[in-house]
Design a protein around this ligand. Structure first.
Ligand code: ADP
Length: 393
C-alpha cells in the first residue's frame, strides 16, 4: 500500500490529508492554523483518534513538526502510513507550469517569484514547500497548480486587448483558477455518464466562496471566467467579479487608494458587500424575508452566471453537459434552477424533482429528454491532487 500526503497551505495555515493511492481512501486529515500569528497557534488532527492542541507555531517548519507529532499521538505514526510522495497545491503557476511538476530548488524559487501574480497565495505555498522538503527530504514533492488546467486555452481566450509588449512585460493575460476542481469534476461527470471525457463538451460551474466557470472541450479548458487574478468573472462570496476597469480609476480620482479598492473588490464585495454575509444561506434567508439588497444580490449573481452560460454555449458551439459543483453548486437547487431557466430553447431541461432531491453523490438533474445533460458532481480537489501527484511520480 502506498499513500500521498496532500498539502494545501497558506501564509498562516497548513491543511493536509493522507490519501491512499489506489483506493482514494482518506487515512487522516488535519489543519495547522494561526502560524506566525501573535495569538496561540492550533492543530487539529483527525485519524482514528482525534488530536487537538493549542501552542505557539512560529513558522511552517514548526507546523510540520507538530503535524508529525500529532500523527504519532493519534496512534498511527506518519512512517507507518507508507507515504510515497507529497502533493502541494499551488494557486499560481503562471505561463511556465503547464503540468504537475517535481519540486527542486529551482522550481521552489520560481513558485516564490510568481508571488508577483499571486501575492496572497504563492509566498505561503513557498514557505510550506521549503518546510515540507526539510521535514520529508527522502520523499518526492510535486507541485499541482490551479492554473495549469487552463494553459490549454487558445490565445484568443487568454489575451486581453492591450498592447502585446505591455502585456508581455508585466505578465498580463488570463490564467484562470480552480483548475484542479474543473479537471476532476469534468472527468467524474464523464465517468458518471459512462462516456470518454474526450468526447464531451462540458460547462462546469464551480460555485463556492470563490466561483468560476469553465468551458471544456474534450477534457481541455478552452475558456474560463477568472483572469489574471481570481477576481474576474462571477459574483462571489466577497469578490465583485467582472467590473468595468474604469470604476477603479473613478474611485481613485474620488480619493480611494489602491489598497482600499483592492480590499473593496476582493474582500468587501459580492454577497458580503450586498448583505453583510458571504454565506449564500444567510443571503437566501434575508431575501425570503423581503430584504431588497439580498434579493438584488441573488439576481445579480444569477444574471452573471447565465451570461457566462450563454457565452460558453457559444464558445463550445453547444454543450453535452452542464455540471454544478462546490458549496452552492452542490447544495443550492434553487440557484441551479434559476441559472438554467429559460435555456429550454437550446435543449436544457432541469427535472425539478431530481434537482431538489437531497442526494449527495454525482447525479443527473435534467430530464431524460434534455439534449444537454445537467449534473451535480461533488468536487474533490485533494483526491485529484493525490492522483496527479502519483501520475507525476
Ligand atoms: P470554498 O470556496 O471556501 O471552498 P465552498 O465550496 O465550501 O467554499 O462553498 C462555501 C459556500 O457554499 C458557503 O459560503 C455557502 O454560501 C455555500 N453553501 C454551503 N452549504 C450550503 C447549503 N446547504 N445551501 C446553500 N449554500 C450552501
Amino acid at each position: 500500500m502506498s499513500a500521498v500526503l496532500v498539502v494545501n497551505s497558506g501564509s498562516s495555515s497548513i491543511k493536509y490529508q493522507v490519501i491512499h493511492a489506489e483506493s482514494g481512501e482518506r487515512l487522516a486529515d488535519g489543519l495547522v492554523e494561526r502560524i506566525g500569528e501573535s495569538s496561540q497557534g492550533r492543530i487539529e488532527h483527525r485519524a482514528e483518534k482525534r488530536v487537538e492542541r493549542e501552542l505557539a507555531i512560529p513558522d511552517h517548519t514548526v507546523g510540520f513538526a507538530e503535524m508529525v507529532a500529532a500523527f504519532a499521538e493519534a496512534g498511527a505514526p506518519i512512517e507507518s502510513l507508507d507515504i510515497s510522495a507529497v502533493g502541494h497545491r499551488v494557486v499560481h503557476g503562471g505561463s511556465e507550469f503547464i503540468a504537475p511538476t517535481l519540486i527542486d530548488d529551482r522550481v521552489a524559487e520560481r513558485i516564490l517569484a510568481l508571488a508577483e501574480l499571486a501575492p496572497l497565495h504563492n509566498p505561503g505555498h513557498h514557505a510550506a514547500i521549503v518546510a515540507a522538503r526539510a521535514t520529508f527530504p527522502e520523499l518526492p514533492h510535486i507541485a499541482v497548480f490551479d492554473t495549469a488546467f487552463h494553459q490549454s486555452m487558445p490565445e484568443s481566450a487568454y489575451t486581453y486587448a492591450i498592447a502585446p509588449e505591455v502585456a508581455a512585460k508585466h505578465g498580463v493575460r488570463r490564467y484562470g483558477f480552480h483548475g484542479i476542481s474543473h479537471a476532476v469534476v469534468s472527468r467524474r461527470a464523464a465517468e458518471h455518464l459512462g462516456k470518454p471525457v474526450e468526447s464531451l463538451k462540458q460547462i462546469v460551474l464551480h460555485l463556492g466562496n470563490g466561483a468560476s466557470m469553465c468551458a471544456i472541450d474534450g477534457g481541455e479548458s478552452v475558456d474560463t471566467s477568472m483572469g489574471l487574478t481570481p477576481l474576474e468573472g462571477l459574483v462571489m462570496g466577497t469578490r465583485s467579479g467582472d467590473i468595468d476597469p474604469g470604476v477603479i480609476f473613478h474611485l481613485l480620482r474620488r480619493g480611494e487608494t489602491v489598497d482600499s479598492i483592492d480590499t473593496l473588490l476582493n474582500k468587501r464585495s459580492g454577497f458580503l458587500g450586498f448583505t453583510g454575509s458571504n454565506d449564500f444561506r444567510d443571503v437566501r434567508e434575508a431575501a425570503a424575508r423581503g430584504d431588497h439588497d439580498a434579493k438584488l444580490a441573488i439576481d445579480v449573481y444569477v444574471h452573471r452566471a447565465r451570461h457566462y452560460l450563454g457565452a460558453y454555449l457559444a464558445v463550445l458551439r453547444g454543450a453535452d453537459t452542464i455540471v454544478f459543483t462546490a458549496g452552492l453548486g452542490e447544495n443550492a437547487p434553487d440557484l441551479r434552477a434559476r441559472v438554467c431557466a429559460g435555456f429550454e430553447w437550446c435543449g436544457i431541461h432541469i427535472d425539478p424533482e431530481l434537482n431538489e432531491a437531497p442526494d449527495r453523490g454525482a447525479r443527473v438533474i435534467s430530464t431524460a429528454d434534455s439534449t444537454v445533460t445537467v449534473l451535480v458532481v461533488p468536487t474533490d480537489e485533494e483526491t485529484e491532487i493525490a492522483r496527479q501527484t502519483i501520475a507525476t511520480v
